[in-house]
Design a protein around this ligand. Structure first.
Ligand SMILES: [Zn+2]
Ligand SMILES: [Zn+2]
Length: 111
C-alpha cells in the first residue's frame, strides 16, 4: 500500500492503458506515480548496494600486521591481515589475509 507523498492520501491503482503503463494515482491532488519507474529506481539501488565490495590494496596490506596463518594455496605460514567492514557497522568486520610468499601473494578472506 502506497501513500501520496504530497497530501498523504491512499493512492489508487490504475491499470495499464493506451499511452501509459500501470501507475498509482492520488484521488485528492492528482499526483501520479509511474509504477515501472518506481521498480527501475529500486533495481538501480540494489545495483549500487552490490557495488560496495571492499577494495583491498595489496601494497597497503604488505605493510600491515603479520600473523602466522597457513596460506590455503601454497602453505606458507606467514601472512598479513586487515579488517574490512563490508556490511553495516553493527556486523563484525571481515578479515582479509595476504600470503607473504612473494611467488604466491594469495588473498583470501575469513568471515
Ligand atoms: Zn495527494
Ligand atoms: Zn601463498
Amino acid at each position: 500500500m502506497e501513500f501520496c507523498p504530497t497530501c498523504g492520501s491512499m493512492l489508487g491503482y490504475e491499470k495499464p492503458n493506451v499511452g501509459h503503463p500501470s501507475r498509482l494515482y492520488c484521488p485528492t491532488c492528482l499526483y501520479v506515480c509511474n509504477i515501472e519507474s518506481m521498480f527501475k529506481i529500486k533495481r538501480k539501488q540494489a545495483l549500487v548496494r552490490k557495488a560496495i565490495e571492499p577494495v583491498i590494496c595489496q601494497d597497503d596490506m604488505m605493510n600491515g600486521p603479520k600473523i602466522e596463518v597457513p596460506c590455503p594455496r601454497c602453505g606458507h605460514d606467514q601472512a598479513t591481515f586487515t579488517q574490512v567492514q563490508i556490511r553495516s557497522a553493527d556486523e563484525p568486520a571481515t578479515i582479509f589475509y595476504l600470503c607473504l610468499n612473494d611467488k604466491c601473494k594469495h588473498l583470501w578472506r575469513e568471515d
